[in-house]
Design a protein around this ligand. Structure first.
Ligand SMILES: [Zn+2]
Ligand SMILES: [Zn+2]
Length: 334
């Protein structure tokens, strides 16, 4: 099969021919139809993950069809449409797993880091890492929902915000353009926060009720004028951006960081104490959360805006993604 490997940390991608992998007894082989390119693929490429072994095939936004199942796998059959996201399996026996908190499994695997991911014609994943993909969703459209989609959808649905509450989405990019759609479809009053006015029209089309140009006005003031935010979903990986919205929280409001800035976030506790506010983080979810995301997306017609690339052009797709030249998610097709 054709696959794209990272040969060693900080090296460019290699397009290689390698044997089609065989699933172990508890694994499933997936014939890949599409794989999204995510900013977190940087962890594979740059060696930012302690346990990583090279060469490694990146890719944790995988959509395809079940191609072969291990002998002990009972819930998947050949031909079924499936997706594999960031959470690539768990041990079922550690303290967290015994509580059903699979995301916090001490031995949790990450797709494309602990095992080869979806930048390939085939991939093999643990059976518990698979989500069913609804027929209504095109493979290339479904792929980014396995990371950018689930992260924003799951963060919002696990927040305390209720229909009618003010929810701000900071950043109108790969995550933000999905977050706006989910927030709108979930019944929130939605504020899109972004620098400049380039993305204003698109944000309003996607379902934002308000648009705040954070270069022209102070985001916190605007949010307070709208009654204060129950949630600010911070998708831009920027500490100053996160700091700038804390003052816009309403009572019990929460800034949920889903983009990770390279530098620490400095927050004055006074801005939190006064409103019982908080700053928190959220990471993706389990395969069942992925499936919920995909089903909700099909039900409410939430789709990502994508640019597709041939698998062999992974390097180009990755560089364009890093340079924010892709609107809004890059997807590889084998
Ligand atoms: Zn990702
Ligand atoms: Zn575990």
């Amino acid at each position: 099969m054709r696959a794209v490997e990272v040969p060693e940390a900080e090296a460019d991608f290699d397009v290689v021919e390698k044997p089609v992998p065989e699933p172990d007894s508890d694994e499933v082989r997936v014939a890949v139809e599409a794989c999204g390119v995510c900013h977190s693929d940087e962890m594979t490429k740059e060696g930012l993950y302690p346990r990583i072994e090279y060469p490694r095939v990146p890719g944790h936004e995988v959509v395809g069809r079940v191609d072969a199942v291990g002998d002990d796998v009972t819930e998947w059959e050949e031909g079924e449409r499936v997706g594999v996201g960031w959470h690539g399996g768990h041990c079922f026996t550690c303290e967290a797993c015994r509580r059903g908190d699979f995301i916090n499994c001490e031995h949790a695997k990450v797709t494309g880091l602990d095992f080869d991911g979806g930048y390939a014609e085939y991939t093999v994943a643990p059976h518990e890492a698979l989500a069913a993909v609804p027929d209504e969703l095109d493979a290339a459209d479904a792929a980014p929902l396995l990371c950018a989609g689930i992260t924003t959808f799951n963060a919002l649905r696990n927040s305390d915000a209720r229909p009618g509450d003010l929810v701000a989405v900071q950043g109108v990019g790969g995550l933000g353009h999905l977050g706006i759609q989910y927030a709108h479809e979930a019944g929130f009053e939605v504020v899109a926060l972004s620098r400049g006015t380039d993305k204003k029209e698109r944000a309003l089309e996607l379902g934002a009720d308000h648009y705040v140009d954070t270069e022209a006005t102070a985001a916190a003031e605007e949010l307070r004028a709208l009654g204060g935010a129950s949630v600010v979903l911070a998708t831009a990986p920027s500490a100053p951006a996160i700091e700038s919205v804390v003052g816009g929280l309403g009572a019990d409001g929460e800034v949920i960081a889903v983009g990770i800035p390279g530098e620490p976030v400095g927050v004055h506790a006074g801005a939190l104490v006064g409103v019982r506010g908080s700053v928190s983080g959220w990471a993706s979810g389990t395969a069942k959360d992925s499936q919920d995301t995909l089903e909700f997306s099909a039900l409410r017609d939430v789709t990502p805006e994508i640019e597709t690339f041939d698998l062999g052009d992974a390097q180009d797709a990755y560089e364009k993604m890093l340079a924010s030249e892709v609107r809004f998610r890059a997807v590889l097709e084998p």
